[in-house]
Design a protein around this ligand. Structure first.
Ligand code: SF4
Ligand code: SF4
Length: 82
């Protein structure tokens, strides 16, 4: 079977992931916060990733092919930490 390759491009901050999110999250902002070193856990919590329903729409709509939903999923793990 032929393997489908997808090229991932940098985020162009188009805001589509924000507009498509059914629970009004800001996936691109969550993604940027997750890239900080060390991760700003307080900010991650404030962005409320725990509300994510894992619908995958943000990843599907991203013109840069970024798997935003997976990053939000990682943010959920961070938000659950005490
Ligand atoms: S849809 Fe993709 S390119 Fe657009 S802001 Fe969100 S992460 Fe960035
Ligand atoms: S996967 Fe989560 S962050 Fe992405 S659009 Fe769905 S609810 Fe919003």
């Amino acid at each position: 079977m032929e393997k489908k390759t997808v090229t991932i491009h940098p985020c162009i901050r188009c805001g589509r992931c924000i507009r498509v999110c059914p629970v009004a999250l800001n996936p691109v902002n969550i993604m940027s916060t997750m890239k900080t070193m060390p991760v700003d856990r307080a900010k991650v919590k404030l962005l409320n990733p725990l509300a994510c329903t894992d619908c995958q729409l943000c990843s599907e709509i991203c013109p840069s092919n970024i798997d935003v939903a997976t990053i939000v999923k990682r943010a959920k793990t961070i938000a659950k930490l005490p």
